[in-house]
Design a protein around this ligand. Structure first.
Ligand code: AMP
Length: 432
């Protein structure tokens, strides 16, 4: 199938061609025609499938069909709700790129940025608003924004918005929208909460399912390293340094853990930045920019901050801590191997996390290959075991098989880095 056969206008086909897209992805070929026909849709599609263009292209086309370019101020005719600031910025950028030949204006409304500046922008008006629910509600409460002309509503990554506790805001925002509108819901997973939300907001929707739910991309190679918690940092520094990885996204469980690991990597001679919800928006944008442009090799992130990140051809993802929720494993490793490129995802799994690995493998319905020679004492991962408390770090020392006789395990320092011993995990600040 080609883009020409989907019913898109020349202006949009030209913008798509400028991007170098030759064929629509499955979510695009399934979603674009019904959206152009004015239908509601519910689509089970993960990030990396091309879903942003899947809703942005037909949305732009429908708005452009009857745009009043003389209207002052412009009325908001489309609202795209997303869970995170980073995703808002990316969706805004995509809509701007796809709509570059159309007379439509898009604004982004996110927390962590000046509310006064946003208020001024809103006074000028625009056609499309991409927003995170919390900040949008602030503007609604302050009567800075009118949503009464919204013709199209998009809920992107709806499951994550609910995970983040945005359901009350979403419900309040819905009350300000016209009943007669087109609604599009995208979600990587379809738990009961999403289905009931869909039932209240969608009208006879077209259902679209892309690939099988919760199945990871074929072009991502996955590996599990069984390793003591206290050896993880040294192992990570060693892997990055000895393989000369230039771009690796490292997932940790907590904000505090992200900051700590970033500092430790820097001490080990690896350029690193941290990305989590306690950072200011400026710091988050800078960390991401440094990572995307190769100024830092490692970005240490929590799940929420990293959700929806689109980094072209990201080669490596490391799970430094396994996620508590099995579905997050799929989202995490979906950061690599996007739009057809290949990637590698490595999970450092301590015996205390074996049950989490068990839950992930149950979800995937397959075993993730184990690396037998990790350079450390072999660790047995009993995936059927009951959850255990994460033990304080205990250093057993890297057996650096690459540099020494296999039979004489040595403690640490097989690299030119400066791996130091880890400290026990703090319980403070344990939220992502
Ligand atoms: P998304 O799932 O929307 O985050 O998109 C993932 C990536 O796929 C982005 O980098 C897009 O630029 C890219 N992409 C979207 N549509 C296509 C397409 N038809 N062909 C090639 N790449 C695409």
């Amino acid at each position: 199938m080609s883009f020409d056969s989907l019913g898109l206008s020349d202006a949009l086909l030209k913008a798509v061609a400028d991007q170098g897209y030759s064929t629509p992805t499955p979510v695009q070929s399934k979603a674009i025609p019904p959206i152009l026909a004015g239908k509601d849709i519910i689509a089970g599609a993960q990030t990396g499938t091309g879903k942003t263009a899947g809703f942005s292209l037909p949305l732009l086309q429908r708005l452009a069909e009857n745009v009043d370019i003389k209207a002052r101020p412009r009325k908001i005719r489309a609202l795209v709700l997303v869970p995170t600031r980073e995703l808002a910025a990316q969706v805004h950028e995509s809509i701007t790129i796809y709509g570059k030949y159309l007379p439509l204006q898009t604004q982004v409304i996110i927390g962590g940025a000046s509310i006064n500046m946003q208020t001024r922008m809103l006074r000028h008006g625009c056609d499309i608003v991409v927003a995170t629910p919390g900040r949008l509600m602030d503007h609604v409460n302050q009567k800075n924004i009118s949503l009464s002309n919204v013709e199209i509503l998009v809920l992107d990554e709806a499951d994550r918005m609910l995970d983040m506790g945005f359901l009350p805001e979403i419900r309040r925002i819905l009350a300000f929208l016209p009943k007669n509108r087109q609604s599009l819901l995208f979600s990587a997973t379809m738990p009961g909460t999403i289905k009931s939300l869909a039932a209240t907001i969608l009208n006879n929707p077209v259902e679209i399912e892309i690939a099988k739910q919760n199945i990871t991309a074929d072009n991502v190679s996955e590996q599990v390293y069984g390793i003591a918690q206290g050896n993880k940092r040294e192992c990570l520094s060693y892997l990055i340094g000895s393989n000369n990885w230039k771009q690796v996204l490292v997932f940790v469980r907590t904000k505090h853990g992200a900051d700590r690991l970033q500092k430790q990597l820097i001490k080990d001679g690896i350029s690193a930045a941290a990305l989590h919800g306690d950072k200011t928006q400026g710091a988050r944008t800078k960390a991401l920019e440094y990572f995307k442009t190769g100024k830092v090799a490692a970005l240490v992130a929590t799940d929420i901050a990293a959700r929806g990140l689109d980094i072209e051809e990201l080669p490596h993802v490391v799970n430094f801590d396994l996620p508590q929720v099995a579905e997050d494993y799929v989202h995490r490793i979906g950061r690599t191997g996007r739009a057809g490129s290949s990637g590698a995802a490595l999970s450092l799994v301590s015996p205390e996390e074996a049950h989490l690995l068990g839950a992930i493998e149950k979800l995937l319905k397959r075993q993730i290959p184990r690396v037998s020679d990790t350079g450390y004492e072999p660790i047995l991962l009993n995936v059927a075991a009951a959850p255990k408390k994460i033990a304080p770090a205990k250093i057993s020392g890297r057996k650096d098989y690459r540099h020494t006789d296999k039979k004489t395990p040595q403690r640490g320092n097989g690299t030119s880095y400066n791996p130091r011993s880890d400290k026990p995990k703090s319980r403070a600040n344990s939220r992502p």
